[in-house]
Write a protein that binds this ligand. Structure first.
Ligand SMILES: [Zn+2]
Length: 154
C-alpha cells in the first residue's frame, strides 16, 4: 500500500488568542509532495479573505516543514501579503508552523484538531502595533477575571 500526502486549504479566522480553521478542498499527491488548486485559493482569497494556510500530511515522517514546504510557503506569504500557517500531520502528531514573512524561518505554535476544526495559538507578531494596542485596551477594560476553577461556596 502506498501512502500519499494529502493537502487541504485552511480557511478561518483569528483573534488575539486563538486562530481556527476548517480544512477544505482536499487534494492528494505523491508520497513526497502534494499539489493544490492555486486558482481556487486565489479566487477564495479575493472573495472571502479567509485563507490562513494549509494542512498537509507527512506519511511516515515527522511533522516538520521540508525545504519544498519552506519554498512554497514563503512564496505564498509573499503572494497573499500576510502570514500563513503550515499545519502538518506526521508521525509525531499535529504541528503548526507560522510563516510570518517571506524571509524568516517559521515559528512553531501549539495546535489542536477537534473533529472538523483546527485551532491553535495566534502568534503575537500576527498583529500590527495598532491592533496589539486595541487588543490590550479591550483586555484592560474587561475587569471581570475569568474563573477557571469551580469554587465551592459556603
Ligand atoms: Zn511537507
Amino acid at each position: 500500500m502506498t501512502c500519499n500526502e494529502s493537502c487541504w486549504v485552511l480557511t478561518g479566522d483569528w483573534d488575539a488568542d486563538l486562530w481556527w480553521a476548517i480544512p477544505r478542498n482536499k487534494t492528494t499527491g505523491s508520497p513526497f509532495s502534494v499539489e493544490f488548486d492555486y486558482n481556487w485559493v486565489l479566487e477564495r482569497e479575493n472573495k472571502e479573505k479567509d485563507i490562513i494556510g494549509w494542512l498537509h500530511t507527512h506519511p511516515g515522517m515527522v511533522a516538520m516543514p521540508s525545504s519544498r514546504d519552506h519554498a512554497t510557503f514563503k512564496a505564498w506569504v509573499s503572494c497573499l501579503g500576510k502570514p500563513l500557517v503550515c499545519v502538518i500531520k506526521g508521525i509525531d502528531g499535529w504541528r503548526a508552523w507560522w510563516y510570518l514573512n517571506d524571509e524568516d524561518e517559521p515559528v512553531e505554535y501549539q495546535v489542536k484538531a477537534v473533529k472538523n476544526l483546527i485551532f491553535g495559538v495566534t502568534p503575537e507578531e500576527f498583529f500590527n502595533e495598532e491592533e496589539k494596542r486595541s487588543n490590550e485596551r479591550i483586555r484592560s477594560e474587561d475587569s471581570s477575571e475569568p474563573e477557571f476553577e469551580p469554587k465551592c461556596e459556603g
